[in-house]
Design a protein. Structure first.
Length: 260
């Protein structure tokens, strides 16, 4: 497995890990809100459980989807192109990523802040078990776009799983500074969502047997990210940044987002 590591493999691992961290900020906030319903002595343990449950769910989904992606026998043809089970998963996943990222961009710019956390904030004095169960259920929802993104960015299953595990440990020890940096510079979050559009398009292309080299995708993402960081460095704004409308926000109740 490791003897065939190439520079492209390392780039995909690093890029995917960073993208998983940025896209995982919403997951951290959601976990913090739910854990805030518990007595303070149990909150830190619940936050850790929430992150590790998310990691296990993602790994299980990756293992399942890696098996499905081996179904490369043609089932039917469309316009002379043979469509297999693998192609259906790739095209469906690509369409889902494009839909989800477009929906998220719209919500963050024109939606209602905290619309998803209002129901959570109504619930008081939840038991530890009920909090963990809710974290498990909603982690499945959070994991779908994360897993599809991994499939779109890497060819090897070990790279996908390693990136997921690495991102969880980064969030475990650096959740608060990462969250504050992304909130201070909302262009980072919008850029990450734009990358999902690119990955979604590449998955659809793969589904119709049009191969886009992974290196092209990595270069495009790295170039866009570099330009954004240069803009932040050379043109620091004197005005407060745009406040993105987050689905999960906890302005009324101050919940900690430190995980350790």
């Amino acid at each position: 497995m490791f003897e065939n590591i190439t520079s492209e493999t390392l780039v995909s691992l690093i890029t995917l890990s960073l993208l998983e961290v940025v896209l995982g900020i919403d997951n951290i906030v959601f976990i913090s809100i739910l854990s805030g319903k518990l007595p303070e002595a149990k909150q830190k343990l619940a936050r850790r459980y929430g992150l590790f449950i998310g990691m296990l769910v993602r790994i299980c989904l990756l293992a399942a989807i890696s098996i499905i992606l081996k179904l490369d026998k043609s089932l039917f043809e469309i316009l002379g192109i043979g469509i297999s089970g693998k192609d259906i998963i790739l095209m469906g996943g690509g369409l889902f990523l494009i839909y989800q990222s477009t929906k998220e961009i719209h919500h963050k710019l024109e939606g209602e802040s905290g619309d998803e956390s209002k129901e959570l904030n109504k619930k008081k004095n939840m038991s530890f078990a009920s909090v963990i169960v809710q974290m498990f259920i909603l982690n499945i929802v959070f994991s779908i776009d994360s897993v599809i993104t991994a499939v779109g960015m890497a060819n090897e299953i070990w790279v996908m799983m390693t990136a997921v595990i690495a991102s969880v440990f980064v969030m475990l020890f650096a959740a608060e500074p990462i969250s504050h940096f992304v909130q201070k510079h909302p262009t980072i979050k919008i850029l990450a969502l734009s990358f999902l559009l690119l990955i979604g398009a590449s998955l659809i292309a793969e589904g119709i047997h049009y191969h886009i080299p992974k290196g092209t995708i990595y270069f495009s993402m790295a170039f866009a990210f570099t330009v954004n960081m240069i803009q932040l460095k050379l043109h620091p704004t004197q005005h407060p940044p745009v406040n993105l409308h987050e689905r999960y926000s906890d302005k009324d109740e101050k919940s900690k987002i430190d995980m350790v």
